[in-house]
Design a binder for this molecule. Structure first.
Ligand SMILES: Nc1ncnc2c1ncn2[C@@H]1O[C@H](COP(=O)(O)OP(=O)(O)OP(=O)(O)O)[C@@H](O)[C@H]1O
Ligand SMILES: [Mg+2]
Length: 317
């Protein structure tokens, strides 16, 4: 079997998006939605899809139910060329789903995590981890079955010679329990956004957060929305990247996942952290030129032409 460049480990769900709703929903009443779409949800899936579109050989490890939504997410991953042999379907569980009620710029969401809650360390063997040169784990706080053991997942990967990256994403419970002393020594690239980093470390600035993490941390790229990003490397000056300005943002859904995909795409090719950061800012910015998290990454041709036309950058995919 050909070795994967990257195994993405994380949550899987569908997004059922309702648009043009005739007024705010109220308990006891029925509303009509003028438009509806069913899409592949989940931040880890957006990461995996876009990384695959950027040319990497990607596999996915996650949990779904034996149901129509489970078939749908598997099919969508496969359409992107992702190896789904480690997507585990459990008869006793249902595939996670988010119902999105879209009201212009604002939205209300209800999520049933379903199978996402049940992925645990014992589901992930050394053989699974060894199938890839790199593992990326995302959405720590959406996966209670893995949260407390996550340092073991990363330490096992490192023992097997696999490089690693982590994006915790937001903690919906806002408790921000994160044992960075135990986890970060085994994470080669830590990829939080600025707000998450400050919550995780209980700091008030990136510099203060770095002081707390420094004894345990390898590389970190901090995402800062339209302000770009910051790169930390042990014993080196911080690198500030102002980002690639997009003056016509469609939406920023999934920009962080696309940033991660760009960073890891270069990282597994052995590029310098600075080069990874630059490409990550470009893929993050590209994400904002089209609808949703994957719209701008539909094909290598689209990625190439948008990079050239919007940002005057020629990329080799
Ligand atoms: N409006 C924008 N213009 C240009 N680049 C952007 C814009 N918004 C985001 N980016 C790029 O994308 C990167 C990631 O975006 P952001 O900081 O929103 O991540 P995030 O908060 O993790 O997002 P997500 O909601 O996807 O998890 C930024 O660091 C930047 O490089
Ligand atoms: Mg994010």
């Amino acid at each position: 079997m050909k070795k994967l460049d990257v195994l993405a480990i994380g949550e899987l769900n569908v997004d059922l998006i309702l648009n043009d709703i005739d007024g705010e929903v109220e308990v006891g009443k029925e509303k009509l939605a003028g438009d509806m779409s069913l899409t592949l949800g989940s931040s880890t899936a957006i990461f995996a899809s876009n990384l695959s579109s950027l040319g990497a050989n990607v596999g996915f490890l996650g949990k779904i139910g034996v149901d129509a939504f489970g078939e749908f997410v598997t099919q969508k991953l496969e359409e992107k060329g992702i190896d789904t042999s480690l997507v585990m379907a459990d008869m006793n569980l249902s595939t996670g789903a988010t119902i999105v009620l879209n009201y212009g710029e604002d939205r209300a969401m209800v999520t049933h995590p379903g199978a996402m809650d049940f992925l645990s360390l014992k589901d992930i063997t050394d053989d699974h981890l060894s199938r890839a040169r790199h593992i990326h784990f995302s959405s720590l706080f959406l996966q209670p079955g893995l949260k407390k053991d996550i340092h073991q997942l990363f330490s096992r990967a490192k023992k097997l010679g696999v490089t690693t990256s982590l994006d915790t994403q937001w903690d919906p419970s806002e408790k921000w329990e994160f044992d960075f002393e135990a986890i970060l020594p085994f994470v080669d690239v830590f990829l939080p956004n600025e707000t998450e980093l400050l919550h995780l470390t209980k700091a008030t600035s990136i510099e203060e957060a770095i002081k707390k993490l420094e004894p345990f941390m390898n590389n970190m790229a901090v995402k800062r929305g339209n302000k770009g990003s910051v790169l930390y490397q042990p014993n080196k000056e911080l690198v500030h990247h102002s980002g690639y300005l997009n003056t016509q943002v469609v939406d920023a859904i999934g920009a962080g996942d696309s940033f991660n995909a760009g960073f890891i795409c270069k990282y597994v090719k052995g590029a310098s952290p600075e080069a990874c950061l630059d490409f990550a800012n470009l893929t993050g910015a590209l994400n904002t030129t089209a609808v949703g998290g994957t719209g701008a990454f539909a094909s290598p041709e689209l990625i190439r032409s948008m990079a050239l036309n919007k940002f005057n950058i020629s990329i080799d995919l």
